[in-house]
Design a protein around this ligand. Sequence first.
Ligand SMILES: [Zn+2]
Length: 331
Amino acid sequence: MRQARAGGYRRDFPHGVMFHRFHASDTASAWQGALSPAQFEAILLFVGIENILSPRDWMSRLQEGTLEPQHRCVTFDDGLRSQADHALPVLERFGLQAFWFVYSCVSDGIPVKSEVYSFVAGACGGMPGLIEEFLQRCPPGFQEQLRSPAFAAYEARVRAAHPFYTAKDAEYRFLRNQPENAAAFESLMDAIVSERGFTIDDLAQRLWLASADLAALSGAGHYVGLHSYSHPYEMARLSRARQREEYQRNLRHIQSVTGTTPACMSHPINSYNADALAVLRELGVRCGFRSNVTPPAHQTVNPGPLELAREDATNLLALLAAQEAASSRVM
Ligand SMILES: [Zn+2]
């Protein structure tokens, strides 16, 4: 059972609600963190439909400085087909629009492997099993990295921000995120994927929204925003030039597909630094989201328009489940 964050849901500042994966309500999919349409609806009701601004209103209030503590917006990261299949009909029923932060490499036929691995995990009994298999098979050099002070600091940081991460989640993510591990990590994971009967190309077709889908969303009042070109695990470790290339290619792709210039974004895997913020300003971006509500060190919850807080929907789901359990005890 996932644990709700101590202190519950903070309603005293404007923020986004962050969604990733969805599955149909009639499947028993254990896809990591995937929500059903009914769970999505329950979260929207929990934050309050009346509090949810359209992207247009959110952006103009942000610019005018008139966002109020109760204001929320709905955000989807990673441009996943499951979001349009299972969450969009719920939004439409409530007459709501959302931000869709998408990466662009998939439109060039380059899959983002982390998403592929999550999908395969969902189809094969869940992420813990896949992570377990990876950790058992990883080379001695990887094991050594898990005994470093850098790992201890990382583990403390991510488990504070994401209380539902297990120790093994932290180990997996840490090893995955080290640029020097990239080749060995991918070949190990790709081997696990193909041993389980999946091909990367087939999965790519099924996982992501196509350009026509993004154009349709944009035409219906949703905002399609930046999320980098290739979704690097740690954007902040790239040079400023590489970061600029990531966001510029992403921006050109969205421009070409929607005919509009995106001025909103979310930081991929919450990784950014001063270079990222400078690049985004240069590209005309006016609204950017983090992936948590934990204030950056020595700062307020929303330190600037390119570092706005978002609550992870999986935290809200855990809170809702805890509330439900408490009320059924009372009855
Ligand atoms: Zn992402």
